[in-house]
Design a protein around this ligand. Structure first.
Ligand code: PLP
Length: 435
């Protein structure tokens, strides 16, 4: 990428399609140790992001390798303060790169204080976790529509298996009678950044044994001698501070199933509350207070004297990475200003799939006032390939580099070569984690 910034900028006073008020001060909610403004330019762990993009080319993911450690420790700290006996297993799909896994493994060896396990959702992820240094007893598998071929791999390893359908219990029971398993229940209540990300609610979803099928699940376990030691649920993903009560409702409903499993005589020792804690995408959104989250879990689970297990993905990884792209078009069409980037939803599907609208920051003037309202779009030949709509943005020129924030979770792993566009590179930047 050798393009110099061109002289094409958009007049700040041009009429706008949206009613969003401009000018606005630049959003700065995202500033933190590691990701900050240095000499007026955006910097990650001391690296100038524009220089990095010019040097390595775009699209480029840039990771702060200390952030996952800080994020795990923040969750563990809140759980300690709330007095919750706990286990954290990283949802591997959020960051499968071996360099990231090495950082997380570095939190502690098997069984050591501060160490974390892995939650896998496919046989491939189980094998990847084993190859990257986790022991089978540190790995759980929480899958959906698990086939006989999947079970060939899963049953070959003494991992925790959370099964999410009566038919799964039958299938495992036939192949491994007497095995210890977990049951993933669908609590019929959920929480998510958008409705697509709520994994349980009034409408049935594909996940988990619903309360009306729990007796059938119990009967299947009895028939095959399966020992149920874990109750699992996952309310949904990306939920923020204003949805803690949604999570709490899901947890309260899940304890109704817990009561029934205990009454049926199963030795439940772990309640897995899934993942789902999200990260603020834009100014004005309410972050999750981890102490409040931990206290909700403590309040509901303390009477049962179980271990609470957590499977965070985005909480660990989302704010650990940014995605750099080059502005290749600035043009008005029908009253809307389009800012076109050299990246597409093939590398950043956050808005395309989940409607998660990330903050976008021009790297060489991150604090410039937001004087216009734009649509930021990608280079895939689909109209839906946009990253932000009606978005207050500073004056910007073709050739400039922008950083899409909170791009650290899932996105690189989900990248594809749609339209034969490149998936982009990645740089992994070290920093001493905060104590
Ligand atoms: C069962 C299960 N656990 C954990 C996660 C991780 O979710 P998050 O990244 O929202 O924390 C997911 C995500 O889909 C999931 O399905």
């Amino acid at each position: 990428m050798t393009v110099e910034p061109s002289a094409v900028t958009v007049a700040a006073s041009a009429p706008e399609r949206s009613g969003a008020p401009v000018p606005l001060p630049a959003p700065t909610w995202w500033r933190r140790p590691g990701l900050d403004v240095v000499d007026g330019r955006l910097s990650l762990n001391g690296a100038d992001l524009e220089a990095l993009a010019r040097d390595r080319g775009t699209p480029l993911f840039a990771y702060d390798m200390a952030r996952p450690v800080e994020n795990v420790r923040a969750l563990q700290g809140a759980l300690e303060r709330a007095g919750v006996p706990h286990l954290v297993r990283f949802a591997l799909k959020a960051g499968p790169d071996p360099r990231i896994l090495a950082v997380l493994r570095g939190l502690g060896g098997p069984g050591e204080p501060g160490s974390i396990g892995i939650d896998a959702c496919s046989p491939g992820e189980v094998l990847h976790a084993l190859a990257n240094g986790w022991r089978p007893d540190e790995i759980s598998h929480t899958g959906t529509n698990v086939s006989e071929r999947d079970l060939d791999v899963l049953l070959a390893h003494p991992i925790y298996l959370n099964l999410d359908a009566v038919s799964q219990l039958e299938r495992v029971g036939r192949r491994a009678p007497g095995r210890t398993v977990g049951i993933r229940v669908n609590p019929g209540a959920g929480a998510g950044y958008t409705e697509h990300l709520a994994y349980a609610g009034d409408r049935p979803t594909k996940f988990g044994v619903t309360e009306d099928r729990l007796d059938d699940a119990i009967a299947a376990c009895r028939r095959h001698g399966l020992v149920v030691d874990t109750l699992h649920f996952h309310a949904g993903s990306g939920w923020l501070g204003d949805q803690l009560d949604g999570f709490e409702t899901a947890l309260a409903r899940a304890t109704r199933s817990l009561d029934r499993l205990l009454a049926a005589g199963f030795p439940i020792r772990e309640v897995n509350v899934g993942g789902g804690v999200g990260r603020v995408a834009r100014d004005g959104e309410l972050p999750v207070d981890l102490d409040a989250y931990a206290q909700v879990v403590a309040r509901h689970l303390r009477p049962y004297r179980v271990t609470a297990a957590f499977e965070p993905g985005d909480l660990v990884m989302k704010d650990a990475g940014v995605l750099l792209g080059e502005v290749v078009t600035v043009e008005r069409r029908g009253g809307t200003t389009f800012v076109g980037l050299d990246i597409g939803w093939n590398v950043n599907c956050a808005y395309f799939i989940y409607r998660y609208a990330q903050e976008i920051v021009p790297v060489h003037h991150p604090l410039r006032e937001r004087t216009q309202v734009v649509t930021v779009a990608g280079h895939i030949n689909e109209a839906g390939d946009v990253f932000a709509e009606d978005y207050p943005f500073p004056a910007v020129a073709e050739g400039e580099v922008v950083a899409i924030l909170n791009a650290g979770g899932y996105l690189q792993a989900m990248s594809m070569t749609h339209c034969l566009r490149p998936t982009g590179g990645a740089v992994y930047l070290e920093r001493q984690p905060l104590p």
